[in-house]
Write a protein that binds this ligand. Structure first.
Ligand SMILES: [Zn+2]
Length: 336
């Protein structure tokens, strides 16, 4: 009897917390606060509302369960313990954790939203600046996969490239991890044997290489492949070594061929070897290619250390590219 009554009460409260959370989320949206993902998974924990770029975590706490001095609740022991561990874990990993209490939302539905907006803007600018300066110092790293390995490792980014691609068809590949927009001839990898596969040759049900935890190579199910709007420019990273890099969604993508800063279209990649062997004679031809693709930023080739980000263009690619899910698909231009 006692147990079932307590379970019923817990269920009721969980629902209530959900409602409280949704209500607050709606207020955030109403005032145009963007970039927060609900129930964002980080490490072992789920964050109520998280901006993974700014590393701002918002926890919406029901007073009865999480404990509240002003309402006179001690809280549920297990929930309070887990919450403490979670806060410590997040803070140790560079997050700013904010707790919004039930009674605060009840008093003012927009409680602290403006403050959150300011904090988010400050922290985003800081993060973008870190990436910019890392790129210029040559210390920017992304995760990639060595062909013989089963684990993703950090590799330095040599160049960020912009291709002029108004003539190319664009495809959106949607997977269980999120979606990616690429030119028709850009490659992802089939899980079986790490074989390169063009976006346009993928079908729903195919397994491609990705990673759920950012570390281990895992099969990711393709759900949909569709043609989408063509783009004037697309962007790409050059990652010498693995020749691939992991997108923010956790999908592994092939990188462009780049010789001394001259980027080639993928279909011209067979030229890569001959150009490498005979670079001076091919230089003029390469300059022609250069008109089609330009390099935006140049990094030093030898990194001294890397900074821990999982993709390079995000925070300042354009305003509004924020959530983990739409990071790649919403990225203006997509990836070449
Ligand atoms: Zn309270």
């Amino acid at each position: 009897m006692k147990i079932s009554a307590s379970v019923a009460r817990a269920r009721k409260c969980l629902k209530k917390t959900g409602k409280l959370h949704l209500g607050y989320k709606k207020k955030m949206k109403d005032v145009g606060l963007r970039g927060f993902v609900s129930e964002f998974l980080y490490g072992y924990y789920s964050i109520d509302e998280a901006d993974p770029f700014a590393k701002v975590a918002i926890e919406i706490d029901a007073c009865y369960w999480h404990g509240c001095e002003s309402c006179g609740f001690v809280g549920d022991k297990r929930i309070v313990t887990i919450q403490k561990r979670k806060d410590t874990y997040l803070r140790n990993h560079g997050w700013l954790v904010l707790h919004i209490k039930e009674h605060e939302i009840k008093r003012d539905p927009y409680f602290r939203i403006e403050q959150i907006r300011e904090l988010q803007a400050q922290r985003r600018e800081l993060h973008a600046e870190k990436i910019r300066s890392a790129m210029l110092k040559g210390t920017l790293c992304v995760k990639g996969l060595r062909s013989e390995s089963d684990n993703m490792e950090w590799f330095p980014v040599a160049d960020i490239l912009r291709h002029r691609t108004p003539h190319k068809k664009m495809y959106r590949v949607t997977t269980e991890l999120g979606s990616v927009v690429t030119t028709e001839d850009h490659s992802l990898f089939l899980f079986e044997g790490n074989r390169e596969v063009r976006a346009k040759d993928l079908h729903s049900g195919d397994l491609i290489v990705g990673s759920f935890d950012g570390h281990e190579r895992t099969p990711v199910v393709v759900q949909k492949v569709e043609e989408t709007i063509q783009e004037e420019y697309t962007y790409d990273l050059s990652v010498p070594g693995p020749q691939n890099f992991m997108l923010h969604t956790g999908i592994l993508a092939h990188n462009s061929y780049s010789i001394s800063g001259v980027s080639l279209d993928i279909e011209k990649s067979s030229k890569y070897e001959s150009m490498k062997n005979n670079f001076i004679q091919e230089y003029d031809k390469a300059k022609e290619e250069d008109k089609r693709s330009i390099k935006i930023v140049k990094g030093l080739k030898q990194p001294r250390y890397g900074i821990g980000i999982s993709s390079a263009l995000g925070p300042y690619s354009r305003p509004g590219v924020q959530s983990r899910r739409n990071y790649v698909s919403g990225f203006r231009g997509g990836w070449a």
